[in-house]
Design a protein around this ligand. Structure first.
Ligand SMILES: [Zn+2]
Length: 292
């Protein structure tokens, strides 16, 4: 262990067919007919975390809590934080405020029922909370969400929120209310930005470079926020028929993820996101329009 930086470990719990390819992936009415595999990667993740003695934050789809409540109860039973990843994995720009609130409420009901705990954290599908979707933050706060991890602080396929912050920060919502943001931040080298801490970036990076990226964030005394999906620990999942570039994005490097997970657990400190935020000095607050 190199020094005292504690990084965040998060998992977005969804199945192999919940990829963000609306024209190719099955729509929600067909989800129950798909082969269900979410437990495979989730159980592998739980076992790896147990071996490493690490607790994490699991952002779970409400739909998963409805069809596999025992799996979600097991995540909570093993001492991890359970947050919401929405109910039907819909991107915020397509939902708008009213439908977002409805989808969020459904997810919170299913998750609370499965875990018998209050749910106080949230991550938007595809990190789709961009500068045009800040209306979602007061809605989250009104539902008792105190920690959000929907902001990906560089531009990306489904939005992203380019913002010059490297650590968790408060979002000021007005009427004295705030919500704690634990964003995914890229590594900044000179004036270039490299995402590395999850998804396709993590799968594509060779293990030594992944390790070097975590070490570089430690030198800056900032936490990295790791994000993975159960399907990334399930290399035998069925493959969706996609154009070549999209296939690459979803399926590159699946065979190496278990090994990278073991390396990270062995070499670095990790904790659930709320704990990371509690241990890290806050970055500058973000004041939303109309909240000053
Ligand atoms: Zn997702």
């Amino acid at each position: 262990m190199s020094n005292a930086v504690t990084h965040g470990w998060s998992i977005d719990v969804e199945d192999w067919f919940h990829i963000l390819e609306y024209d190719r992936a099955p729509d929600p009415t067909a989800w129950r007919r798909q082969e269900r595999r979410v437990h495979i990667g989730t159980e592998r993740m739980l076992d790896a975390l147990d071996r490493g003695g690490v607790k994490a934050t699991f952002f779970v789809l409400g739909w998963v809590a409805e069809v596999a409540p025992d799996l979600v109860a097991e995540i909570a039973r093993r001492g991890h934080d359970v947050g919401s990843h929405g109910h039907l994995h819909q991107l915020l720009p397509y939902l708008g405020p009213d439908d977002f609130a409805r989808d969020l409420d459904r997810s919170l009901q299913a998750l609370t029922q499965a875990t018998r705990r209050e749910v106080t954290s949230f991550r938007a599908p595809g990190f789709s909370l961009g500068p045009n979707e800040t209306w979602a933050l007061p809605i989250l706060a009104s539902r008792g969400i105190t920690l959000d991890s929907s902001l990906f602080l560089t531009s990306r396929a489904h939005g992203g929120f380019p913002l010059d912050r490297t650590r968790p920060f408060d979002v000021v919502l007005g009427n004295g209310r705030t919500i704690l943001e634990v964003p995914v931040t890229p590594l900044r080298v000179g004036n270039r930005e490299f995402a590395f801490s999850g998804g396709g970036y993590l799968r594509l990076l060779p293990k030594p470079l992944l390790q070097a990226a975590f070490q570089a964030t430690e030198l800056r005394q900032t936490p990295a926020i790791l994000y993975l999906h159960p399907r990334e620990l399930d290399p035998d999942q069925p493959r969706m028929r996609l154009p070549l570039t999209r296939r690459f994005k979803y399926y590159v490097g699946l065979d190496g993820v278990a090994d990278k997970v073991a390396m990270l657990l062995d070499r670095f400190h990790f904790a659930p996101l709320a704990q990371v935020a509690a241990q890290t000095p806050r970055d500058l607050p973000l004041v939303l329009d109309g909240a000053a």
